[in-house]
Design a protein around this ligand. Structure first.
Ligand SMILES: Nc1ncnc2c1ncn2[C@@H]1O[C@H](COP(=O)(O)OP(=O)(O)OP(=O)(O)O)[C@@H](O)[C@H]1O
Ligand SMILES: [Mg+2]
Length: 154
């Protein structure tokens, strides 16, 4: 676990993206599972990561809508690297009650898409509906001081 201050979250998100990039192109979507208790910092991390990818839209928690999708445009990232992803799909499964609610989103359309980066809060609520994540990031506010979090990439 690494202590990450809010001001360093953007750099941390950049490192996570670099890890994903180093993994090379995938045949299916790249899935990042975000684990941690309520208020541990999952959505804040998604916001930092989206900003890093050049998304200018306001990224809000999709708690009630379950999923939000943000297009990524142009051939390169804001950092000049070739663009690997054409969209970020942000899922918050916290309020999911039945698997059918997830199936109704036609998840195969983005889970099979190699140019989709799928970020999932509360992945444990999806059980076997979610394929094995490419990466898991674990967040903890426990034992963290004000304005900091412990974060681990698995
Ligand atoms: N790295 C960080 N350092 C300090 N504070 C943070 C950090 N990340 C998030 N926070 C703060 O923690 C609060 C809750 O964060 P956030 O909404 O991202 O949690 P969450 O894990 O998405 O919760 P939920 O499970 O309810 O969706 C926010 O006020 C945010 O500013
Ligand atoms: Mg959240």
């Amino acid at each position: 676990m690494q202590k990450v201050l809010l001001k360093d979250l953007s750099e941390f998100a950049g490192n996570v993206l670099a890890t994903v990039w180093m993994g090379g192109p995938q045949h299916k979507a790249t899935i990042i599972a975000l684990r941690g208790d309520l208020g541990a910092g999952k959505t804040t991390f998604v916001q930092a990561l989206c900003k890093r990818l050049g998304i200018t839209a306001t990224v809000q928690s999709p708690t009630y809508v379950l999923m939000k999708s943000y297009p990524l445009e142009g051939p390169t990232t804001t950092f000049g690297a070739p663009r690997r992803f054409n969209r970020v799909v942000h899922i918050d499964a916290y309020r999911l009650e039945k698997p059918q609610e997830f199936s109704a989103l036609k998840p195969e359309q983005f889970l099979q898409d190699p140019s989709a980066l799928v970020l999932v809060e509360w992945p444990e609520k999806l059980g076997t509906l979610l394929p094995k994540p490419t990466l898991t990031v674990v967040f903890s506010a426990e034992a963290a001081g004000e304005g900091e979090r412990y974060i681990e990439v698995i």
